[in-house]
Ligand binder design. Structure first.
Ligand SMILES: [Zn+2]
Ligand SMILES: [Zn+2]
Ligand SMILES: [Zn+2]
Ligand SMILES: [Zn+2]
Length: 353
């Protein structure tokens, strides 16, 4: 019985999340304030639904004080969005990137601001500027959310049609950014003539993402409409079929469309590792806290890059306990005591068990 109730509660929570999301996207023009509030709520609920799938106690702020009955009747305090993300990354082995975390925190803050301090825009022009700002924010948030939902495909399977609807409507809403794009167009055209390459942005869809060549294989594009920054790699197919592969982060395995070759992380390391070292030299291994990639990081000129998830960082601090380096796990300030993603530090070593 309880098992069944839990299932129903999880379903309700997920349904509610998608309901808020759909509403938010419809409200953008006529009720921008509610669009912001509902979008932020949807993100929070989706994160909680993912946590609840792992275990219901993870959704509760202090699980020791709460029974399942309390929980099912809604009589308990649930975790904040920030803590929900910490628990997903910690207890559930997820890797929600720091860019996604920052973007979700931004919309949560915007929701609070809307609830407490919202003023109607005084003029049509101000109204349009506000809608434009909100659509940009939702394009960026959806960019990260869509990737999480695709990672969690098996968990939200029954909502596939809803996700497809949201995806389609989000694309429709990009039209609100056409004014911004038109405004930027003369500058984009001039820069394009002067040699800057532009590509379609994965956030807003406009051909407004200016490409910066970080090296002969590593590129970054920065969208002038919505502000999304994406890194990507371009390498010739390792199977020498002649195709040039365009590889973006976070998309699982990388397959050559021409010959079907699946690019391995060893092949990526061969291309990306620019620090020549004698095989007899000892090299400090580097790990990735973003995807828990063990010894998966190589140095590419001034950038450290994970050959599993392609996360990049300009530094790879050393864990003072295990003496390995890592990216994506903060500055390692207290690592001697508390360790890193891959060791438990002195505290783990000395604790009784
Ligand atoms: Zn964009
Ligand atoms: Zn190929
Ligand atoms: Zn990684
Ligand atoms: Zn360590």
């Amino acid at each position: 019985m309880t098992e069944k109730n839990l299932k129903a509660a999880l379903r309700n929570l997920s349904e509610s999340a998608f309901d808020f999301l759909e509403r938010s996207i419809e409200e953008i023009k006529d009720r921008p304030k509610y669009s912001v509030i509902h979008f932020a709520t949807a993100v929070e609920l989706l994160l909680k639904a993912r946590l609840m799938r792992e275990h219901w106690t993870l959704v509760v702020e202090r699980a020791s004080d709460v029974t399942l009955d309390n929980f099912l009747s809604g009589q308990c305090k649930t975790v904040t969005q920030g803590d929900a993300i910490k628990r997903l990354n910690g207890a559930c082995n997820e890797n929600i990137s720091k860019d996604a975390v920052a973007q979700f925190a931004k919309i949560a803050a915007h929701r609070n601001q809307m609830i407490h301090f919202f003023h109607e825009a005084g003029t049509t022009k101000a109204g349009q500027a506000m809608i434009e700002g909100i659509v940009k924010e939702q394009c960026l948030s959806w960019y990260y959310l869509e990737r999480l939902l695709s990672d969690w495909g098996d968990q939200f399977e029954e909502f596939d049609t809803k996700i497809a609807t949201v995806r389609w409507r989000m694309k429709q809403n990009r039209a609100f950014l056409s004014v911004a794009f038109d405004r930027l167009k003369p500058k984009i055209e001039a820069d394009s003539k002067a040699g800057t390459a532009f590509q379609d942005c994965s956030g807003c869809g406009y051909e407004a993402a200016a490409v910066t060549e970080l090296s002969d294989v590593l590129f970054e594009k920065h969208c002038r409409v919505c502000g999304l920054v994406e890194a990507y790699i371009e390498i010739p197919c390792p199977d020498e079929c002649g195709e040039v592969l365009h590889i973006e982060p976070d998309f699982g395995s990388h397959t050559c469309e021409e010959c079907g070759h699946i690019v391995t992380s060893e092949e990526l390391a061969d291309v990306l590792d620019t620090e020549y070292s004698d095989p007899t030299d000892f090299e400090t291994p580097m790990n990735c806290a973003m995807c828990s990639g063990y010894h998966s990081v190589v140095q590419h000129h001034d950038t450290f890059i994970c050959t599993e998830c392609l996360a990049t960082s300009d530094s790879a601090p050393l864990c003072e306990w295990c003496n390995e380096r890592q990216i994506g796990g903060g500055d390692m300030e207290f690592s001697y005591h508390s360790g890193c993603e891959f060791c438990e530090g002195q505290a783990g070593w000395t604790k009784d068990d």
